[in-house]
Design a protein around this ligand. Structure first.
Ligand SMILES: NC(=O)c1ccc[n+]([C@@H]2O[C@H](COP(=O)([O-])OP(=O)(O)OC[C@H]3O[C@@H](n4cnc5c(N)ncnc54)[C@H](O)[C@@H]3O)[C@@H](O)[C@H]2O)c1
Ligand SMILES: [Zn+2]
Ligand SMILES: [Zn+2]
Length: 403
């Protein structure tokens, strides 16, 4: 039988490589699997040999012990791979296809999927709408930071790359289609970015840098990225963004120095609930980003909020935050008629178009996020360096495709 090594969560601050079963066309019981999903038949699924599988800031929330993720949960929702087996109900996807796997698991049959709201599919997670591989409260689908992974509803979920050789040439860019590139793009689109926009993006992690890349692709006049991490700000400047250093204080004054006004047309939260406050030695202050975006976004503007917010956080700064309640200055947002878009990015809404932009050299997302391939065995080191704030998007290479 084919072996399958995988990256598992082993308690706060710890991930390890473990041996797991090679997937079959059934969702078996295991850590984090919802009882109602146990034994679910996946005749519509495909087994993928991973070509690339990335570490994400969303994984870090779990690994830092900031969620209720169980020990031994197999991580990994950013998956690109080669199809090695298809279930009996798969019609169009074929063995040998190289595909991007949207991190949202979606059925293609429910009311929300029919409206392309694949981040809130109703049929894949008995806990709540929306699902993902290798994630707490997402139904228990096994993560893809492994040699092999099962993808349900393969005909619907998989985005096949048109040409295998060309795909492998651009694979580090295409590997960003499973999550951060569409997620950043969704952040920019829902913030209303278009030709000539001025944009402020909070967070210079991979999602913030992907949002900045997307804002440029959408024709923004000025893209400003804010963070407290100097290396990540330098990475944003490397592809033409302006930056604000939030360790020196809030964004409004620094935006005014750049634009002549303390306001932008569009605001993006690429940080989420583990946000720090502003200024020297700032501590965690989870409402900081949302409140400062409401302050700096011009009246009538919009906030794209890909940054993740939770309903339970054992490490929250106070009792309210532990239940996901934040002290928002909603009155500011209301008075300015701001719009908000939250939630999982519906990857399928954007991934094909962004794939075409990559294949035709219109965008260089891997360079902009500083994507770096590392061995599966080096995942613990990758997680630690990413957690320490490296200006790098780590891409695991479990089967040697990324040599
Ligand atoms: N909505 C979705 O579908 C989706 C998909 C992927 C990731 N996410 C979420 O997006 C967020 C970003 O992901 P990432 O991989 O870039 O994570 P990351 O942790 O690498 O980056 C977050 C960055 O925010 C910075 N930061 C902290 N406080 C700040 C503040 N007040 N203002 C500006 N920057 C601040 C940090 O220094 C860090 O560089 C995470 O919350 C992640 O869970 C959501
Ligand atoms: Zn992700
Ligand atoms: Zn659905």
């Amino acid at each position: 039988m084919t072996g399958n090594k995988a990256v598992a969560y082993k308690g706060p601050g710890k991930v390890e490589l473990i041996d797991i079963d090679y997937p079959t066309f059934e969702l078996k019981d295991g850590p984090g699997v919802n009882p109602a999903n146990v034994g679910r038949q996946v005749r519509h699924g495909a087994i993928i040999k991973t070509v690339a599988t990335n570490i994400c800031g969303s994984d870090q929330h779990m690994v830092r012990g900031r969620t209720t993720a169980p020990t031994d949960l197999v991580l990994g929702h950013e998956i690109t791979g080669e199809v090695v087996e298809v279930g009996p109900d798969v019609e169009f996807i074929k063995v040998g296809d190289i595909c991007s796997v949207p991190f949202n698991i979606a059925c293609g049959r429910c009311r929300n999927c029919k409206e392309r709201k694949t981040g809130i599919c109703l049929n894949v997670n008995p806990d709540r709408p929306g699902s993902a591989y290798g994630y707490v409260d997402m139904g228990g689908w096994v993560g893809g930071q492994a040699n092999y992974v099962l993808v349900p509803y393969a005909d619907w979920n998989l985005l096949k790359f048109p040409d295998k050789d060309r795909a492998l040439e651009k694979i580090m860019d295409l590997a960003m289609l499973s999550d951060i590139f569409p997620t950043g793009f969704h952040g920019a689109v829902t913030a209303g970015v278009g030709p000539g926009s001025t944009v402020y993006i909070a967070g210079a992690g991979p999602v913030g840098l992907a949002a900045a890349t997307s804002a440029q692709l959408l024709g923004a006049a000025v893209v400003i990225v804010g963070d407290l991490n100097a290396d990540r700000l330098a990475q944003a400047r490397s592809f033409g963004c302006e930056t604000v250093d939030l360790s020196k204080g809030g964004p409004a004054e620094q935006i005014e120095q750049l634009l002549g006004v303390p306001e932008v047309d569009c605001g993006v939260d690429a940080v989420g609930f583990e946000a720090k406050g502003h200024g020297v030695g700032a501590q965690e202050a989870p409402a900081t980003v949302l409140n400062s975006l409401m302050e700096v976004t011009a009246a009538g503007g919009a906030l794209g909020i890909p940054g993740l917010y939770v309903t339970g956080d054992p490490g929250g700064v106070d009792e309210a935050a532990q239940k996901g309640s934040l002290s928002l200055s909603l009155g500011t947002g209301w008075a300015k008629s701001l719009s908000f878009t939250t939630g999982q990015c519906p990857v399928m809404k954007y991934n094909r178009q962004l794939m075409m932009a990559i294949l035709h050299d219109k965008v260089h997302i891997a360079k902009n996020v500083n994507a770096k391939a590392i061995a599966l065995e080096d995942a613990p080191k990758g997680y630690a360096e990413f957690d320490a704030g490296a200006a790098t998007k780590f891409v695991l290479n479990p089967n040697g495709y990324l040599s």
